[in-house]
Ligand binder design. Structure first.
Ligand SMILES: Nc1ncnc2c1ncn2[C@@H]1O[C@H](COP(=O)(O)OP(=O)(O)OP(=O)(O)O)[C@@H](O)[C@H]1O
Length: 273
């Protein structure tokens, strides 16, 4: 049902090296509710807290203060492994998220069992699952349905990210976290994988959170946009307002909301793409 909260974050604070001269207050009281079917893009300068936010949700960082509720369950103190039953994540590095020496089919078989205890893994590929994997791969339109027995490590970065994405959604996650998952790809491949991301999110009715450094992508994809600055959400735009947003308007919003003028070269370059 739409408008049902999937993820609720209450007053989340994250510190690094607390109490030392190097203390960083990386997340400064984040309050956020993401509802079913929302595809949220997150943008912000270097060090704004984007990865820290995703790490806090995924559980790779213990939370200093605050609460995280996923689909009604308080997961604030749950382990990464436990959260993996409900949260899928795709990283920037195409080598992460797949076992390089295993075949496409073997990787997909493991993904289909995401979140289950490792001792339950039956290594190898149940033959009965192969047609299902082929159908899923065909949707990528990259000819990968004929490469079920190819070692994943032999595929290109773009092909691997496409498969990782597919694997993340084989068992519908309650939340899909995309951590700059196209940043290591060339612009054309990045566009293909982003298009595929949108297609999967829409077709599977997923709830997703995607970090990007590219302002145009942040505007083009998804139905809600958050901008982070110094550990705070400074822009939160959704629906029609987001659809009609332009890069200069977004830069303007950022400069109005931010503690400092946007000087981040990477972000500016991305904006020009
Ligand atoms: N493990 C860590 N130890 C110490 N400080 C950290 C650690 N991880 C992040 N930080 C600091 O926390 C702040 C937020 O970092 P984070 O990586 O979340 O930013 P980001 O928005 O993802 O940046 P980028 O776009 O550069 O990846 C930064 O000041 C960073 O230096």
């Amino acid at each position: 049902m739409k408008n049902t909260p999937v993820l609720t974050i209450r007053d989340l604070h994250q510190y690094f090296e607390q109490g030392t001269i190097n203390e960083t207050h990386a997340l400064q009281g984040i309050n956020l509710t993401i509802t079913e079917g929302e595809f949220v893009t997150i943008i912000g300068g270097n060090g704004a807290g984007k990865s820290t936010l995703l790490n806090s949700i995924a559980g790779t960082l213990p939370i200093d203060t605050g609460q995280i509720v996923l689909d009604g369950k308080d997961i604030t103190y749950d382990s990464v492994t436990k959260r993996a039953r409900w949260i899928a994540r795709v990283f920037q590095d195409p080598k992460m998220g797949t076992a390089q020496r295993l075949s496409v089919a073997e990787n997909m078989a493991l993904a289909a069992k995401r979140g289950e205890h490792h001792s339950l893994f039956r290594f190898g590929t149940p033959r009965s699952a192969r047609p299902r994997f082929q159908v899923a791969l065909k949707r990528l339109n990259l000819g990968l349905e004929d490469r079920l027995d190819t070692e994943i490590g032999l595929l290109s970065g773009g092909q691997r990210q496409a498969i990782t994405l597919l694997m993340a959604t084989l068992q519908k996650p309650e939340m899909l976290l995309l951590d700059e998952h196209t940043a290591a790809l060339d612009p054309k491949t990045s566009a293909t994988v982003l298009h595929l991301t949108e297609q999967l999110v829409n077709e599977e009715d997923l709830t997703a959170l995607m970090i990007t450094h590219n302002m145009q992508d942040a505007i083009k994809y998804g139905n809600r946009l958050l901008m982070l600055d110094h550990g705070k959400i400074v822009v939160d735009i959704a629906g029609e307002e987001k659809k009609h947003l332009t890069v200069p308007q977004l830069l303007d919003l950022f400069n109005k909301a931010s503690q400092e003028e946007l000087t981040d070269d990477e972000l500016l370059l991305s904006a020009d793409k």
